[in-house]
Design a protein around this ligand. Structure first.
Ligand code: SF4
Length: 65
């Protein structure tokens, strides 16, 4: 699994960071940034899906593989 974050859609609600701080961080402007640039470890798959489902801007995409 990989996570894709569309920075242009992100409005900085930070729900992703609240739900999955292992995968997301917040930059100086309040926008989300990915903390992981490769395959998501299996134990974080559920959190990744939860963050994607809770992003109100649909900025997070899960790429299953
Ligand atoms: S929940 Fe979505 S809109 Fe909010 S900070 Fe995360 S990626 Fe951005």
């Amino acid at each position: 699994m990989r996570v894709h974050l569309d920075s242009e859609k992100c409005q900085g609600h930070n729900r992703c960071y609240a739900l999955a701080p292992e995968l997301f961080d917040v930059d100086d402007y309040g926008q989300a940034v990915l903390r992981i640039d490769s395959n998501v470890p299996t134990d974080l798959h559920e959190k990744a899906r939860l963050a994607a489902a809770n992003c109100p801007e649909f900025a997070i995409k899960i790429l299953e593989s």
